[in-house]
Design a protein around this ligand. Sequence first.
Ligand SMILES: NC(=O)c1ccc[n+]([C@@H]2O[C@H](COP(=O)([O-])OP(=O)(O)OC[C@H]3O[C@@H](n4cnc5c(N)ncnc54)[C@H](O)[C@@H]3O)[C@@H](O)[C@H]2O)c1
Length: 395
Amino acid sequence: MSRNITRVGVVGGGQMGAGIAEVCARAGLDTVVCEVDAVAARAARDRVAASLERAVRRGKLAESAARDTLARMVFTGSLDDLADRQLVVEAVIENPDAKTEIFAALDKIVEAEDAILATNTSSLPIMRLGMATGRADRVVGVHFFNPVPVLPLVEVVTSLHTSPETVDRVQDFATGVLGKTVIHSRDRAGFVVNALLIPYLLSAIRMAESGFATAADIDTGMELGCAHPMGPLRLADLIGLDTVASIAESLYDEFREPLYAPPPLLQRMVEAGLLGRKTGRGFQPTTRAEDLVRRGLRGTRPPTGVRVPARRHRGRAGSARAALPAPSRTRTPQVRPVAPRTPQVRPVASAHASGPVLRVRHLTIRMTDALLPFDAPRRRLVGAAGSSRPPGGMS
Ligand SMILES: NC(=O)c1ccc[n+]([C@@H]2O[C@H](COP(=O)([O-])OP(=O)(O)OC[C@H]3O[C@@H](n4cnc5c(N)ncnc54)[C@H](O)[C@@H]3O)[C@@H](O)[C@H]2O)c1
C-alpha cells in the first residue's frame, strides 16, 4: 500500500527537512518542499544540491542520479502547493505553536482522504498535533535522524488516535521505499532515542559549565574512551543548541525530572544565537579545516595558527593515518566560524556504532572563548596537542 505513496511533501527545509526531502527524491518520489518564503525555499534547494554534490564527489551517487533527484523536487514558499500530496512530513523548528499551526493549516489544504500527516518532531506530543486536525487517526510521528541520508533509523510514534493502518503505511514507506530501519515508540516526550540521549548531552553541558572538565576533554573522553564517533558537545552542536534546548524543555514539561531541565549555559547560548554548526558557533569551534584534521585526512592544513602535532596518528584498527601538518609557530588562533549549514561530512548524530574517531587533540579553548566571537580580542589559546598541562578549566 505504501508503494502507492508517490507524492510527498516536506514542510521546513532546514537540516532535517532538506535531508528528508533528499532521501524521498532519491527514492524516486515526486517531492515538494515548503519553506517560509521563496528566499528560504531557495536556501533549502541549495542545501539539497550541496548534499547531492557531496554524494557524487564521494562516489555514492552518479551525477545523472543527482540531476534526476533535483528534477523530482519542487521548492516553494506556499503550503497550498501541498494540496495533492499523499504524505506530508512536517520538519519545522521544534516549537509547539509553530507545529500546531502548520497541522491545522495542512488539515485544510491536503485533499486526499487517506493522506498521512507526519511530524519529524524530536519530542512534542503527537496527540497535540493530531488534535489540531480533523484526522488524528492519520497523524503520526516519523522521526528521522541527522544526517538523514546517512543514518538508517526512523522512530515511528503513534498517538492514542493513530490508526493501525497509518502505522503500517508509514512503516512500509520508511522500510520499503526509503530503506530505513524502524523502531516504534509510544507518544511520550523524547520517544526512545532522545529520552536516553538528551540527559546525557545535558550532563556534558553541566560538566562543562561547572568547570569539571574542558569541552575538548569531555568530547575526547567519550570519543576515545567509549568509541563514540562524536563527543556529546560536538553532537549537541550538530543537532543545534536551540533544538537541544527545546527537546529538553519538552522532556522536562512531560516528566518533571531535574535531569531533563536545560542548564543555564545552554539557555544563554541559545539566547546569544550560538546554536552550534548551523550558526557556525557553539561549544566546539569547528571549521571545515579542523574537521578534516580530526578525520586525519592527508594533506589537510589546519587554520592558520592552530597548533597540531607533526606526528603520525593511528586509526582505530592500528592502521597508519595521514601525517599531520607541522605545528605553526604563531600562537594566535585564527579559528573562524563555518558558514551556516556548511556541508558537514562526518556527523553521525546519535550513532554509537563504531566509526572514525578523533585522534588529534590539538586545541583547548576556555569556555569564555567559546562564547565569544572567534575573532574577538579576548580569545586565548590555552592548550595544545601533546601538552602535559592540565586542562584549562571553564570559567
Ligand atoms: N537537528 C537534529 O539533529 C534533529 C534530528 C531529528 C529531528 N529533528 C527535528 O526536526 C525538526 C527540524 O529541525 P532542524 O534541525 O531541521 O531545524 P532547522 O532550524 O535546521 O530547520 C527548521 C526549518 O523550518 C523552517 N520553518 C520554520 N517555520 C516554518 C513554517 N511555518 N513553514 C515552513 N518552514 C518553516 C525554517 O525556515 C527552517 O529552515 C525539529 O522538530 C527537530 O526537533 C532535529
